[in-house]
Write a protein that binds this ligand. Sequence first.
Ligand code: PMP
Length: 322
Amino acid sequence: AEWTPETGWAAPTVKQYGPLQLDPATAVLHYAQEIFEGLKAYAHEDGSVWTFRPQANAERFQRSAHRLALPELPVDWFVGSIDALVQADRAWVPTGGETSLYLRPFMFASEAFLGVRPSKHVTYCVIASPAGAYFAGGVKPVNIWLSREYARAGAGGTGAAKCGGNYASSLLPQQIAAEHGCEQVVFLDSEQHTYIEELGGMNLYFVHDDGTIVTPASDSILEGITRDAIGTIAGDLGHTVEERRFGIDEWVDGVSSGRVTEVFACGTAAVVTPVGALRWDDGEVVSSDGEGGKVTMAIREALIDLQYGRTPDTHGWMHRVA
Ligand code: PMP
């Protein structure tokens, strides 16, 4: 769908997948005025198709749009555009195992204009792509590289928005992480270089020996919808959940002393992933070298059972698409 200040949003249409043709001066190519979302559609055993909290994605998309000076999209319009795409051919939604249809709504500055001001032509698209199980052959812990040199986002910046630019700044640290045998990078706050923010594409939780689970508080992280849901689910399972500043020393010392018993990462793609090693220049601490801890796996199962319709949706999070 296309937007201009004069016409507002035109009704979205479903099209055959194919290349976009862009003028070389298209604003997004130069100034990165772009935002996106990621969510999944799940086939349930009775053949129905559902998304998980799409209104939360719609609201985050609105917050991202505001920060990037892009036009606002009504929540119902956003959710309806995804429903219409999935309904176009429900055979796109794979069945069996932990498979899903990955959905990628995005909006970008499509005006051909070389000047730094908000674009007067904006394009909105949704890509649908079948996704296999994130972990084929059992859940495996991810190793994390501690990025001391680079931050992902600063105070007052775009860290809380889901915009492409944030990911551009995380590519180099991510590459350095890979050179150290790590699948993910963990970022610290950009001012004191002390407090844990998040991974390149996931949020974090720390399970403590008294059953408390802690997720880092910050104004410059992406507020994950999985993270939010886990806060509620962990509460249902009897855990005390805290969102507070959490220092890198608390991770290292906590794992070393046994006070932190499990560390896990969470996001739409992998749902819940046990964290294995945290590595830095001259050291590492390992919180899981096997399958993932009991609390991590119980939370993972509770969330997946809900998404695949195997347990009752007591929080009203599932949205029926087809
Ligand atoms: N942080 C970042 C930087 C991410 O890219 C993602 C994935 N969207 C998350 C956290 C997790 O968010 P969600 O649970 O909404 O997928």
